[in-house]
Design a protein around this ligand. Structure first.
Ligand SMILES: [Zn+2]
Ligand SMILES: [Zn+2]
Length: 247
């Protein structure tokens, strides 16, 4: 069957995420928009994934547990996992590699841990939008060790991206695909960067506010034998030969 998706969304645990982006709200908005599959990818944490997955079960939306990791080089990388336990184990390891800087909510925004019914469980004291101590060269190995899949986020953007950081897409990076942002033109990007000629792209909203979530489009549909996180990760991993040629 074909399923619509958006694999890069932030909740109110990201300090830059709107406080209305509760796990319940974002899952319900996904259902309203007609999205079948979403991933929750807060900055450097999977702390709200459990609640989003619970809310997703009620709303009929599959929530992939994930994270947007900020590497030591300040490059954002989307990390997705088949199970909550794997995402939480990875999250705990990333947490050990965050600098001990406290969040200042009045400057950066609150970092809210929520339950699946809009109750506040607590606030994360450590600032989550900092570079972790993990180099981009080590991310694929680390994520694979935790059973997940990872790829660089919004590579077309002028900040926190592989291209912004390196100027070109380095040959040695071992990612099976790359994310492009909502308005990126894959043809232009490939014309400017011939090294990306064979790189499969996935487009995502990177929404931090409910109103920025994207409606499903034809270029964001996946064909899966079953709607599970494992099937989604397998589809992403093997997309090279079967994906939409426009992407
Ligand atoms: Zn980002
Ligand atoms: Zn993001």
């Amino acid at each position: 069957m074909e399923y619509t998706y958006d694999l890069h969304l932030h909740s109110c645990l990201s300090p830059c995420g709107d406080e209305d982006m509760t796990p319940a709200n974002l899952v319900n908005m996904a259902a309203l928009l007609g999205l079948d599959i979403i991933a929750l990818t807060d900055h450097n944490t999977a702390g709200n994934c459990r609640s989003a997955m619970e809310a997703g079960e009620r709303a009929g939306v599959l929530v992939i547990p994930g994270m947007e990791l900020c590497t030591a080089e300040e490059i954002h990388v989307i990390c997705l996992f088949p199970t909550l336990e794997q995402a939480e184990a990875f999250s705990a390891e990333v947490y050990q590699n965050l600098p001990p800087i406290r969040n200042r909510p009045h400057i950066y925004g609150r970092q809210l841990r929520m339950d699946s019914a809009d109750g506040i469980l607590g606030e994360e004291p450590v600032l989550l939008v900092t570079a972790s101590g993990i180099s981009i060269d080590h991310v694929p190995q680390l994520v694979t060790r935790h059973g997940g899949l990872c790829y660089p986020a919004h590579i077309d953007r002028p900040s926190f991206s592989v291209l912004a950081n390196f100027g070109v897409y380095p040959e040695h990076l071992q990612f099976p695909m790359a994310e492009i942002s909502r308005h990126a033109n894959p043809q232009t990007l490939r014309a400017d960067h011939p090294e990306l000629a064979r790189m499969p792209f996935v487009r995502a909203s990177d929404a931090h506010r409910l109103e920025d979530m994207m409606e499903p489009e034809d270029d964001r549909v996946m064909e899966l034998p079953e709607r599970t996180a494992a099937a989604v990760l397998h589809w992403l991993q093997t997309r090279k030969s079967s994906g939409n040629p426009a992407l």
